[in-house]
Design a protein around this ligand. Structure first.
Ligand code: AMP
Length: 428
């Protein structure tokens, strides 16, 4: 099982090449289990959450079935949030990079419906949408599901939690009976079982073990601090690690706003997202973060649900999350695709107890770490500057600058003094 390769799957070369382009060598556990079964046309209950590679697990078999010449919707993927729709569409686009003329459309609330209608009219093969907006299109007769062969219910438990059960059932009834239904969900509570019983045909239940759920290459640390000292601790860590892309979680919208304001005041490049912001505002911030126009994103759990931002170096739990799943979800945003990530949790007062319980339930190894002192930070900063100077001395052509320094030496300044003055300028 462990040495299964993507090449072992009965999939087209176009997709194999795309997977190579994406940098994946070996399929993840859910991919090893789900891809062969789904390629055979079987219905699947994939018990796997974000961070396990589930999108590729359903994306590959779904793409294999698309008949390009027929430009009507053949697959529909339902997702709980607009952010997840965008993310899933992005991943499927990448998988389909070498499949010519394939059209994918994401439809979700908040975006002008006219644009979506025009795109649907032109013809699309795969629709990715939130249940509400998909239903809206069905009602307007702008989306015809008569030709659907594959339905994916992504993060099904989240969709039910958000009250989409009726919408989903409604949509499923518009699709042909003879279809393949792939359901992915981190948990399988009773209402999900009901859906699978009603709408799936003898589904295969594939469960991913706990170890596969938590991304292993994450170094997890916690810091004991007082609530009023959390901001200072955060800044110290941001400076020491020189964080280029970091995600900071806080438990309330108010605290997200407070953190964004405080960090901005201290000169950090930061944005925030939470449920009180309009979709448009949230999208803009996400776009900036994805393009690394801002280094830090502060978010609540709900706003960040399902977001996939590659290359997040550090996840900060500014507040200890209120439940175990949130912890796993949060830290799963780092350490992606074989890279090592860091997760730093700040625990004040009674949060320490909650963290202990999280540690026990998620079987995580969260090590206690001392908050670095200013002296230690100083030392690290000094060494970083010295390294940069060494690098420049070894690699840069400094002729022009040396002429300028000569003019200072002619004024009788000592070269060590000049260098020390420059060092201070760089540091401040
Ligand atoms: P998902 O669970 O679909 O949200 O995927 C989580 C992350 O894993 C995404 O960033 C994917 O691009 C990445 N991923 C998917 N499949 C693989 C794989 N076989 N090897 C490494 N990373 C992967």
């Amino acid at each position: 099982m462990t040495d299964v390769k993507f090449n072992d799957f009965d999939i087209s070369d176009d997709i194999k090449i795309a997977i190579g382009d994406m940098g994946f060598d070996e399929p993840t556990s859910i991919q090893k289990l789900a891809i062969p079964e789904a390629l055979e046309g079987k219905d699947i209950i994939g018990q796997a959450q974000t961070g396990t590679g589930k999108t590729v697990a359903f994306g590959v078999p779904l793409l294999e079935k698309i008949f390009i010449k027929d430009r009507s919707p053949q697959a529909i993927i339902l997702c709980p949030t607009r952010e997840l729709c965008i993310q899933v569409a992005g991943e499927i686009e990448k998988l389909a990079k070498h499949i010519k003329k394939l059209k994918i459309l994401a439809v979700y609330g908040g975006q002008p419906i006219g644009r979506q209608i025009r795109a649907l009219k032109k013809g699309v093969h795969i629709v990715i949408g939130t249940p509400g907006r998909v239903l809206d299109h069905i009602d307007r007769k702008t989306l015809d599901l008569a030709g659907i062969e594959t339905v994916v219910l992504d993060e099904a438990d989240e969709m039910l939690d958000m009250g989409f059960r009726e919408d989903i059932e409604h949509i499923l009834r518009f699709t042909p009976k003879k279809r393949q239904t792939l359901l992915f969900s981190a948990t399988i509570p009773k209402p999900i079982k009901k859906i699978t019983k009603h709408y799936q045909n003898n589904p295969k239940h594939l469960k991913i073990s706990k170890q596969d759920m938590v991304v292993p290459q994450i170094e997890q640390y916690y810091f004991e601090t007082k609530d009023k000292d959390k901001l200072d601790t955060l800044c110290r860590l941001l400076d020491i690690y020189d964080v280029k892309l970091g995600l900071i979680f806080s438990n309330t919208k108010k605290r997200v706003d407070y953190l964004v304001r405080s960090l901005k005041r201290k000169g950090y490049s930061v944005g925030g997202i939470h449920g009180d912001m309009s979709q448009n505002q949230r999208d803009k911030v996400m776009e900036k973060f994805r393009n690394e126009k801002i280094n830090l994103l502060v978010a609540t759990d709900v706003a960040a649900r399902g977001i996939d931002v590659p290359d997040v170096e550090v996840v900060f739990n500014y507040d200890v999350p209120n439940n175990n799943d949130y912890y796993v979800h949060r830290i799963g945003r780092t350490g992606r695709a074989g890279k090592t990530g860091f997760a730093f949790t700040f625990a004040a007062g009674r949060e320490r107890k909650i963290l202990k319980s999280i540690q026990k339930h998620t079987k995580s190894k969260i090590k206690k770490q001392k908050i670095p002192s200013y002296k230690e930070i100083e030392k690290i900063k000094d060494n970083t500057i010295l390294d940069e100077i060494r690098d420049s001395l070894n690699n840069d052509n400094l002729k022009k600058e040396m002429v300028l320094i000569d003019s200072l030496i002619e004024e009788n300044y000592d070269s060590r003094q000049i260098a020390a003055s420059l060092f201070r300028m760089v540091k401040s």
